[in-house]
Design a protein around this ligand. Structure first.
Ligand code: AMP
Ligand code: MG
Length: 346
């Protein structure tokens, strides 16, 4: 592996982080932890450095990057004309798993925003991420640490395999706390539109404003050339190579029966099951994604479990769904895309 590897532990040396901060400013590529998923980042104010992120990930150049900041001073530099509602959302949810789309200032390169006049901004809570941005002294442009199209990087072994030769540093802070990417919102005409659901739920946003809407593409596939509010909605994401199918019913028995029916028709399959149901499937390949009654656990495990499925060499992966409320909305949004909208509700 080309990258220098650093492990965050009790003896972690913050001087080395300071050094990586200056290296980032000078254009090095760094995999670093956040509370959502790992990011692959560099100086977000330099177009030529940011182009290396697209190259390392194989990311479509029309899919813009999030700028990660560590202070409201940085926010002032990169955004313009923040509205009252945007300000309220920032005050409530920064730092945390929350990204807001704002009007961009001139210092933000078009390479970061894919030529849009808006910029996505997040202030991570993870201490290493915060210090790294502080030490860099500039916003860090960072998408999730994975090759484009694949599940986001939440587990360092997966990231080393995929990106170890493409970046300069990898900072290992263990498993990500949340495991799902940030909630992304945009305010239009005083309505807070959820472009990507996440740990900050619709219910959380409703505590700040009554006007919260879910963009229709959170659950609907984009049709070709359709104009969307967030370019990331258009691209394949979170998908293993094996074909996947998502099955859900609000009646758990119906869901289990349906999945067993599918297994009977496709015997060489694998079920991604919640802990409570795994003994009910007539299938030799089962992966446990966590308890149905603890969606934090499911979201934390989800991407690392999805990365395991190709090794089973099965014809079909059948995934149990969860209710689309609270964090379940974000989980179902990612799983639908994993399955490329191959979904049965019964
Ligand atoms: P990630 O690749 O996980 O960092 O995801 C970033 C998401 O934010 C992608 O879905 C992007 O399309 C979206 N995004 C970034 N910048 C903007 C923007 N200016 N307007 C709308 N969506 C954006
Ligand atoms: Mg991503």
């Amino acid at each position: 592996m080309k990258a220098k590897y650093l492990k965050v532990d009790n003896n972690f040396d913050f001087c080395s982080l300071k050094n990586i901060g200056s290296e980032i400013k000078n254009g090095k590529l760094v995999v670093f932890p956040t509370e959502t998923v790992y990011g692959i980042g560099t100086n977000g104010l330099e177009a030529t450095f940011c182009s290396k992120i697209y190259e390392a990930k194989g990311r479509n150049p029309n899919n813009p990057l999030i700028l990660h900041i560590s202070s409201l001073d940085m926010l002032k530099d990169i955004s313009n004309n923040i509205s009252t509602l945007e300000r309220k959302l920032i005050d409530r949810f920064f730092p945390g798993p929350f990204t807001i789309i704002l009007n961009k200032s001139d210092i933000v390169p078009n390479m970061v925003t894919a030529n849009l006049d808006t910029v996505a901004v997040r202030m991570p809570k993870n201490l290493i991420a915060k210090k790294l941005i502080d030490y860099a002294g500039v916003p860090i442009a960072a998408p999730s640490a994975n090759v484009s199209g694949k599940p986001s990087g939440t587990n360092i072994e997966d990231i080393i395999t995929e990106l170890g030769d493409k970046v300069d540093y990898i900072i290992d802070d263990g498993f990500c706390d949340i495991g799902l990417e940030s909630t992304v919102v945009r305010v239009i005409n005083d309505v807070c539109i959820i472009l990507r659901p996440g740990k900050i739920t619709k219910e959380d946003l409703l505590l700040v404003t009554n006007n919260v809407e879910l963009d229709k593409h959170v659950f609907e596939k984009c049709v070709k050339n359709e104009k969307v509010l967030s370019p990331g909605m258009k691209y394949k994401h979170y998908a293993p190579n094996t074909k996947c199918m998502l099955v859900y019913s609000s009646n758990t028995n119906n869901m289990i029966n349906k999945i067993n029916e599918i297994i009977a028709n496709t015997p060489n399959s694998l079920v991604i099951s919640t802990s409570e149901n795994k003994h009910f499937y007539d299938c030799k390949n089962i992966l446990d994604i966590g308890s149905r009654y603890d969606l934090n656990e499911v979201s934390k495990n989800m991407f690392s479990i999805l990365r395991k499925v190709d090794a089973f060499k099965v014809d079909l992966v059948i995934i149990e769904g969860v209710p689309k409320t609270g964090l379940g909305l974000a989980i179902m949004n990612r799983l639908l895309r994993t399955c490329e909208y191959n979904y049965v509700e019964c």
